[in-house]
Design a protein around this ligand. Structure first.
Ligand SMILES: C[S@@+](CC[C@H](N)C(=O)[O-])C[C@H]1O[C@@H](n2cnc3c(N)ncnc32)[C@H](O)[C@@H]1O
Ligand SMILES: Nc1nc2[nH]cc(C(=O)O)c2c(=O)[nH]1
Ligand code: SF4
Ligand SMILES: [Mg+2]
Length: 239
């Protein structure tokens, strides 16, 4: 039996980001991350001061919660965090898949697991300069290899021109990975704040800028999408 450190389980809601945007999804958010991005919107699953809220759960109990939330109907499950690759999720994936559930996982690509190959989708989100983190590309490539034939996509958050240029460079390096560009949200709330105001105008402005910038470059391969759940519900947790 695998014990998982869980910050929250919520849904079904819609997947608000990337390739599966709009798809009804249950989210399982693991506690703990090996990064500390300057603009992380999920600090309640990253910052150690919240570790007392990360409950140890058996994967069987996580699956029971997913089944309760989805009323038994197999739904897409998104494993996020924190960095969910830190946790032993293989058993949950095996159990869920046996009952028809599908699994996506979001990670920065710093830790690879053999069981990535069992995912329906691996979302790799390497961190641009504005994050303050530095990508270890060798490790990133081990993640790509670990996914095997599982569908793998890349999602890059863009705040500014330096991030944009970096994303172009990364896209050239990994031309086989479908690419999603996502404008950054500058106002991560303190995790306690239920309804913190968001910088909606800033998000929309960066989205318009990103579309203009990409089209002006005649760069037509990436999808450009805002965080739909943030537009709908702001920085609220559990949506
Ligand atoms: C909170 S992270 C958790 C999974 C994993 N640690 C990662 O970063 O991929 C989920 C997604 O949210 C994105 N994200 C985090 N903070 C953001 C922000 N302020 N604006 C836009 N996207 C953000 C991340 O880049 C990642 O794609
Ligand atoms: N609706 C919704 N979509 C999401 N896509 C990625 C999320 C995440 O925090 O990993 C997320 C989230 O927290 N909520
Ligand atoms: S890697 Fe993901 S969860 Fe970790 S700090 Fe960065 S955005 Fe937040
Ligand atoms: Mg999020």
């Amino acid at each position: 039996m695998s014990t998982l450190r869980i910050a929250e389980i919520f849904g079904p809601t819609i997947q608000g980001e990337g390739a599966l945007i709009g798809m009804p999804t249950v989210f399982v958010r693991a506690g703990g991350c090996d990064y500390r991005c300057r603009w992380c919107d999920s600090l309640h699953a990253v910052d150690n001061t919240y570790r007392h809220d990360w409950l140890p759960m058996q994967s069987r109990d996580v699956f029971e919660r997913i089944k309760d939330l989805s009323v038994g109907a197999p739904v897409m499950v998104s494993l996020s965090g924190g960095n969910p690759a830190i946790q032993p999720f293989e058993e949950l994936i095996d159990t869920g898949r046996a009952e028809g559930y599908r699994f996506a996982l979001e990670t920065q690509g710093s830790i690879a697991r053999d069981w990535f190959a069992k995912l329906d989708m691996l979302v790799l989100s390497p961190k641009p300069p504005s994050s303050g983190e530095t990508v270890d590309w060798e490790r990133f490539e081990v993640c790509i290899a670990a996914a095997g034939s599982a569908s793998t996509v890349m999602k890059i958050v863009i705040f500014d021109e330096a991030d944009y240029r970096w994303a172009r460079h990364v896209a050239n390096r990994y031309p086989a990975l479908p690419l999603y560009l996502q404008p950054g949200n500058h106002t991560p709330p303190p995790p306690e704040a239920e309804d913190a105001a968001i910088d909606m105008e800033g998000i929309l402005e960066r989205m318009r800028w990103l579309v203009d910038r990409t089209v002006a470059d005649r760069w037509f391969s990436p999808h450009i999408l805002p965080q739909l759940h943030v537009l709908l519900w702001g920085n609220r947790r559990g949506v």
